[in-house]
Design a protein around this ligand. Structure first.
Ligand code: FAD
Length: 474
């Protein structure tokens, strides 16, 4: 059998990518080796940029329905970052377990006609000039492209021979969803600020511990660990003894009556040396892993998928050349590299010898300009993709304020000549009939890519050039 794209892995990145590809008209097969969804809460938050992305795709309502809290700030090394002044309609993190985010994305994908094939593991791949042959449960599936969204230990990445350089962890952590028998007076059951749940830090003991309420009475996300002593064996199971010792260390008398799942993590940070090898691409954790502090991993993967989906579909349909696909790596690699840098900074600040740096950071991070800078960064709102041409301040930034036609670009221009020109690219883009609803920062007009980023601003370079660059031949 043959298809356009095999997506290996149906986590958040794979599900989002499959939906984006389908919206843009590509045929997709999604396989996942797990027999079914794990239901684990794992990533607990959608950052403001991800909330905007869900809104762009008409998925705001289901995420709001399932969200357990709206939190008005983020954090960086324990310093809260105020989101309330961010330039967005969604100046908050949504607390929503990863399992719920996945359910919403999977339901969306099913509406688009694609069903995830669970219990199907990719174990081998070969590529040639025309396509990729992937071995899944012993059978070969043929596709024009393959995208590995198969997580941090990605088989696709290894089979494609893509290196994963980076740094080993300084330390380790344990994460668990627990039901507590006796309440902890220091933990709130409802919350709206990171201040309510930030880890209890014990610099003298070099450890950290924290609890986040999970929306049901007694149910909490418990995290504890130590960033100063490397984990001897990542694969070693967490013994009851170790778990109880961690619990006692940070929460003294707290009694846990049930552990729903528990897992280890480290602050290792690694990034794929390239995001494409021929017809094989990577997205999400397959392309980057880092310390899960600050809640950015799932959010990165969602945005990798938004960036890649429409580009790969345009190349598949023959509208665009491979140079469009190459902008996936040139745009997304630096974004993840920066998250790796900043999460490494967390680990460095935690080292005992860096007490002076911690004091300096604490002094700086409360300054409004610094706080705002960090908030813009962690929220994902300050991403600006490098685009050649004009230095206009809006170019490469996200477009906000209107829902986009799905899978398509959008031209908003008050110049009828521009609107006539752009019609040659329909239906890859929609030409808005009038721009009276355009939010004011956008002036006389903008061209927006299907992923919601501005690729041309009226009054700059000729529109024709931007149309060819981003939407291919007319
Ligand atoms: C404890 C914990 C807490 C976290 N907290 C946060 C947070 O608060 N905020 C945040 O943004 N991020 C957080 N993260 C990170 C977040 O969970 C990951 O970044 C996110 O899951 C990555 O999504 P993904 O789709 O790239 O990969 P994954 O979710 O790992 O999905 C990969 C999928 O691929 C499948 N697969 C693997 N190998 C194969 C194969 N060979 N063939 C077929 N299928 C395969 C797997 O079964 C899996 O379903 C946390 C992570 C952990 C572990």
């Amino acid at each position: 059998m043959g298809t356009d794209v095999i997506v290996a892995g149906a986590g958040p990145a794979g599900l989002m990518l499959a939906a984006e590809l389908t919206l843009a008209g590509a045929e997709v097969v999604v396989v996942d080796r797990a027999p079914e969804r794990s239901g684990q809460s794992r990533a607990l938050n959608l950052q403001p940029r991800s909330v905007e992305v869900f809104a762009l795709r008409g998925l705001l309502e289901p995420v709001l329905d399932r969200a357990q809290a709206k939190v008005r700030d983020g954090h960086f090394f324990g310093q809260t970052l105020s989101y309330t002044e961010l330039d967005t309609d969604h100046p908050y993190q949504l607390v929503i377990p990863q399992a719920d985010t996945e359910l919403i994305l999977e339901a969306r994908l099913a509406e688009l006609g694609v069903k995830v094939r669970f219990g199907q593991e990719l174990t081998a791949l070969e590529q040639d000039e025309d396509g990729v042959s992937a071995t899944v449960n012993g059978e070969v599936i043929r596709a024009k492209y393959l995208v590995g969204c198969d997580g941090g230990r990605s088989a696709v990445r290894k089979l494609a021979g893509i290196g994963f350089p980076g740094t080993d962890g300084h330390g380790w952590g344990v994460v668990a969803d627990v039901v507590v028998a006796t309440g902890d007076p220091s933990v709130r059951s409802d919350w709206s600020s990171m201040r309510d749940v930030l880890p209890k830090r014990s610099a003298s003991e070099n450890g950290f511990g924290g609890m986040i309420p999970l929306g049901r009475p007694g149910l909490y996300r418990l995290v504890f660990g130590d960033l100063t002593s490397p984990l001897p064996d990542r694969a070693a199971p967490i013994t009851d003894e170790e778990f109880q010792a961690g619990l006692r260390r940070f929460y003294g008398s707290l009694e846990v009556s049930e552990v729903r799942w528990r897992s280890r993590f480290t602050d290792a940070a690694r990034q794929a040396e390239r995001y494409r090898a021929g017809r094989v691409l990577l997205a999400g954790d397959a392309a980057h892993i880092h310390f899960p502090v600050g809640g950015q991993g799932l959010n990165l993967g969602i945005q990798d998928a938004m960036n890649l989906g429409w580009k790969l579909a345009a190349v598949l349909k023959g509208h665009s050349t491979i140079s469009l696909l190459d902008t996936y790596e040139s745009e997304r690699h630096p974004v993840a590299a920066r998250v790796l840098d900043t999460t490494r900074t967390h680990s460095l600040l935690a080292q005992p010898e860096n007490a002076g740096a911690r004091r300096l950071f604490a002094d700086l991070a409360v300054l409004p300009a610094a706080n705002h800078h960090l908030a813009n960064m962690v929220s994902g709102l300050d991403i600006r993709y490098p685009m050649t041409g004009s230095p206009h301040r809006l170019l490469g930034t996200r477009f906000r304020g209107l829902r986009l036609p799905e899978g398509q670009g959008l031209l908003l221009s008050d110049d009828p000549r521009n609107r006539d020109l752009a019609r040659h690219w329909e239906p890859r883009l929609t030409v808005a009939p009038d721009i009276s609803t355009l939010p004011s920062p956008y002036g006389a007009g903008v061209l927006v890519r299907p992923d919601g980023y501005i690729c041309w601003v009226e009054g700059d370079e000729p529109l024709k050039h931007a149309l060819h660059t981003w939407f291919g031949a007319p």
